[in-house]
Ligand binder design. Sequence first.
Ligand code: ATP
Length: 656
Amino acid sequence: MAEPKENVLMEKIVSLCKRRGFIFQSSEIYGGINGFWDYGPLGAELKRNVKELWWNTMTRQRDDVAGLEATIIMSPQIWKASGHVDTFSDPMCDCKGCKKRFRADQIEPSSGVVFHFYGAEDRSMNKALLDQLLADKSEEEQRKGKERYLELLKEERDADILKEELETHLRSGIPEVRDAAADKLRQLDSLERCTEHFAVLLPHGKPRESAEKKASVFFQQKGIKVPRFSAVRTENVENTVSYCNDCGCELTAPRPFNLMFKTYVGPVESEDNVAYLRPETAQAIFAQFKNVLETSRQRVPFGIAQVGKAFRNEVTPRNYTFRSREFEQMELEFFIKPDEVVEAIKGRVTPGAELDTRHPALDTSSWGWEAWHKYWVEQRIAFYEGIGLSRATLEEYWQKPEELAHYARACVDILFKFPFGTQELEGIAARSDFDLSQHARFSGKPMGVFDEELRAAWGKLPKEKSDDLWRRYYENRKKYLVKMGVEAEQAAKDATNDANGLAKGQYIPHVIEPSAGVDRLILALICNAYSEVTETDDKGKSETTVVMKFHPRVAPIKVGVMPLLKNKPELVKKAQEVRDLLRPWMNVFYDDAGSIGRRYARQDEAGTPFCVTIDFDTLGEKPELKDTVTIRYRDDGKQERLAIGELLNWLLPKIR
Ligand code: ATP
């Protein structure tokens, strides 16, 4: 089995996805739209399976997680509270030449010679002004003036000459001439010159003209019709990231670029009506925290899960669907007690290192944030393993303290080894009580919970212990408030109130957030499934076919059902019976077109794990095989016989 080289591999995957209907470019008939992708028939099934498996694993198969389905457009206050309005941005640079936009952190360093152009003046404009200037002179005077002008133009001093001319006119006894000259001098200063700096990086050995050409275009765009550069300087540079990777022209300084798509709610396009397409699904969960808590009869620790669309106006969408502008997320916010609360109730917090969270003890009551965080990392990796991404294809990246958001205590990225590099599939963050606290402050609605166990336990704590817990809780709250810009005295007052709440059984839950992208997972599953088989026939002719080795749980089609021949009505009838038997339970593809080998190959490419063939033995040609079918396995091509009556029970555990 051949393993195609990485870059070629990605091209093959993209082409297969289009050919077999996994993924299409959005709006393809109009040339596409960058960063947007559609899922074709097979892709739509794959995606649906992945979302359903996530939903089942995270909500239905647990007692402690409830679901939510919120709107995409929400109150813009949500994005102010979450920090997205102020800080959800990438630093971005524009190329002054080709106008392409780049993420500042994605510019490749380059070396060579930089040509600096310190402004330019317009020769054509100078000439036009001179013509006007001479317009009221005699023919002879004009001829002489022009000749002199053109002479001096060759010496590249045209602006100076003009100025000289104009300055003599300023001394004219006729007021109209003086005014016109003053006017033209002003034009000369403002219109004819561009003093902006522009620079081009050329690889060593490339001719200077190439830089001048680019600089001419730049100054022409600034209104200088026939530019003459005021001054040029060259400089050797190494590994600079200040120049365009495509054309070598200078980049603007990095500026923050907000990634949220803006729109207006209602008919009036005013600032008061601005709204955003959500850049993540998580914030709705925080905003609805109280409603879910009250209606689901959950108690902390518990989670709220949501699957849905998110939108980010990514500066440089790339790597196929990996970084898209419209995508889907599967997010869980798992609310937990702050460590001080756990300690007050249980006497201690189980250190994360002590836990084997793959086999968690039934009693999680002494788990603090560290244990829950570790638990969710393991749960999520187990989920990926359960749908065919082995641990060997994944990596855990524990963010370093300096990489963490100020409110986060830890964050682990689960990375997948894509053909274009090892990149993030999901982030699992311990986000403290930041999100609920922010929404409490911005909405004015309390986001804390009441815990009778805490209230009862607090009353029984030795004073030394309760003082210690009080102080730790107070310090954390104050630190958060000060960080958010609350004035020190007020922050101390508010933090005191919050810490006093502990004695009454009140606290703001902390949260662990496993946040996964559906589209990145689909791409990972497709890359992981892709394999090629080359077979050589008796005549030495070899053929390579693609087998998409999806785990049966995610495979778009679970089973292909095929009559051996399509022109034998008994075979067709029986095959249709088998199809109808399975169809209520799974996605079945009925195929009677072409040779059986071709039909198998088609299903291999679609990633169908099993094919069922109805042949003459099924009809009873060999009586002992009556009502049995052939099951063919996609991955090794092996076949075995199975009674039709057993088929459903045989298939179901494999695909669920
Ligand atoms: P990145 O650093 O790659 O931009 P992120 O850390 O900003 O990702 P999060 O905000 O943590 O991503 O979003 C959670 C998950 O949502 C990511 O792990 C990823 O799977 C998915 N995701 C985020 N941005 C995109 C995107 N532009 N296209 C597809 N999926 C995305």
